[in-house]
Design a protein around this ligand. Structure first.
Ligand code: ADP
Length: 489
């Protein structure tokens, strides 16, 4: 099958979160299944610098763009996946984060930027980009690609469309004036299309008008149909429930492998679990923590936003620090207020709390390898990748029972522990008491010799969260989407 995979980020070209991980590894897994998958991304400076042997392909029709748009082509690093970069002068050639400027605010022309991206990607999908390739199916991801399904519906013969929601709370919503300025077809201003409570939403276009819609875990697929997590789109998602599926993300086993990870101090596997502690020692040394192997080290990596529940970690910090021999490492950036509070925490508990504010890929690997426990008290979590990395690295996750966290972590109840099935600690309520209840259980198990900590960690390491099974599931859905597209004529 010829598949165009459209995304606003993909490892190693650009990453701000899980979308980048997925877009860098799912196409590779699909290619291994024999599909002709090609990736299209905006030509950010970092992406241009990172693709080897990039070649110009000529211009592509994107009428909204202020200057002629061209395509650059290469291969996704270390793979045989062709990648096309959409070069739109003045729109993507800005350094740093793809969505926000240096002041931390969304670029004011984001609607135009990603509308142009959708136009150019649609030209490729429709076979008009001059290199003799036309997609059978477009797999579009998140709001930045939400106009592709509506644009493709205007084609006399179109590829099938599958749209994946990686996080429903980022919707690409803009006002009427922006809609008019983009000169989009007036028929799109409709509750059945892009119109959304008096504004218009890119995300809604993808959900309402794609042949199939997926999200990144079965539980999140159910949660987003409920009013409290539906972000105003639960009605539409219920309406499209027969076209909505939840498929768990995998992780890239080549990049996240404790037996070969170049970013960690000591390689280890389930059979040599005890070697893992050397990574704790390195992490403690690197971040200025007391070097005590008997300390129980809790870690967290993530965007500092309300969703991730970092405030809950801060709320239980005094209790955690009142316990003997506990330490905490936090890696993240985002909300300036949370960043300041994390710095204060370091000052309050020197040698026991360490924070690295910023985005640091190698350090994120060392935190995974060096921590004993990984905290993920997310209020909601579409899939979550860090708990999957944690499982693979024998770092026991402590998670709120929501979305992909609920689908991937098995709670250490006495019964599950005895049966060897448990892989982490799960709590019901995203509040300080809930989190503290789970941390307390983790502390008890850790401190009780012979109670099964190592068995719990190793059970997680033995689970399979590679992409293979999920890629096969997408393959099945692509076939279903093509059936719907053919039936729609
Ligand atoms: P989300 O997509 O909501 O940010 P995910 O758990 O799906 O959450 O994916 C987050 C990805 O980004 C993970 O690979 C995580 O390790 C990475 N990440 C987030 N913040 C940082 C950071 N400060 N430094 C390094 N990696 C980070």
């Amino acid at each position: 099958m010829k598949i165009l995979f459209a995304s606003s980020e993909a490892v190693p070209l650009m990453k701000t979160g899980g979308l980048g991980d997925v877009s860098g590894s799912l196409p590779v897994a699909l290619r291994q299944l024999g599909h002709d998958v090609r990736l299209v991304l905006p030509a950010y400076p970092d992406a241009v610098a990172r693709v080897n042997d990039l070649e110009p392909l000529g211009t592509v029709h994107a009428p909204l763009a202020p200057a002629p748009v061209s395509l650059l082509a290469g291969l996704l690093n270390g793979s045989t996946v062709p990648v096309y970069l959409v070069h739109a002068p003045g729109l993507f050639d800005r350094p740093g984060n793809p969505y926000v400027g240096p002041d931390g605010r969304d670029w004011s022309d984001n609607a135009l930027r990603f509308a142009v991206f959708c136009q150019a990607a649609t030209e490729i999908a429709a076979g008009r980009s001059g290199f003799g390739w036309r997609a059978d199916l477009v797999h579009a991801n998140d709001w930045q690609t939400g106009l592709m399904a509506p644009l493709l519906l205007q084609e006399p013969e179109r590829p099938a469309t599958l749209f994946t929601i990686h996080n429903l709370s980022y919707q690409g919503t803009f006002d009427r004036a922006t809609f008019d300025a983009l000169d989009l077809p007036p028929a799109w201003w409709s509750p059945d299309a892009l119109e959304f409570w008096g504004a218009f939403s890119f995300l809604k276009g993808g959900i309402a008008l794609s042949d199939l819609v997926t999200t990144v875990s079965p539980t999140y697929a159910w949660e987003i149909r409920q009013p409290h997590l539906g972000c105003g789109l639960d009605g539409l998602l219920n309406h499209r429930a027969d076209r909505l599926y939840g498929i768990l993300n995998g992780i890239d086993y080549a990049l996240w492998d404790p037996t070969s990870d170049p970013a960690i101090a000591q390689h280890y596997e389930a059979e040599s679990f005890r070697l893992k502690r050397r990574n704790k020692s390195r992490l403690q040394q690197q971040l200025g923590l007391e070097r005590r192997s008997e300390s129980m080290l809790f870690g967290h990596v993530g965007r500092l936003v309300e969703q991730k529940g970092v405030d809950l970690i801060l709320a239980v910090l005094p209790q955690l620090m009142a316990e003997p021999d506990t330490q905490l490492v936090m890696l993240g950036s985002g909300d300036r207020g949370l960043e300041a509070k994390l710095r204060e925490a370091v000052a309050s508990y020197p040698g026991r709390v360490a924070t690295h504010i910023g985005y640091d890929e190698p350090l994120s690997h060392l935190v995974e390898a060096g921590s004993d426990c990984f905290l993920m008290p997310s209020r909601f979590e579409p899939c979550g990748l860090n708990q999957l990395f944690s499982l693979r690295y024998g770092t026991v996750p402590v998670v709120h029972r929501t979305g992909g966290l609920a689908d991937t972590v098995i709670d250490a109840t006495p019964g599950n522990l005895q049966a060897g099935k448990a892989t982490g600690f799960v709590f019901e309520h995203a509040d300080p008491n809930g989190l503290w209840w789970a941390i307390g259980r983790a502390l008890d198990l850790w401190r009780t010799p012979g109670a099964g900590w190592e068995g719990l960690a190793v059970a997680g390491m033995r689970q399979d969260h590679s992409w293979q099974a999920s890629a096969r599931r997408y393959e099945e859905l692509y076939a279903i989407a093509r059936g719907y597209a053919a039936a729609a004529g």
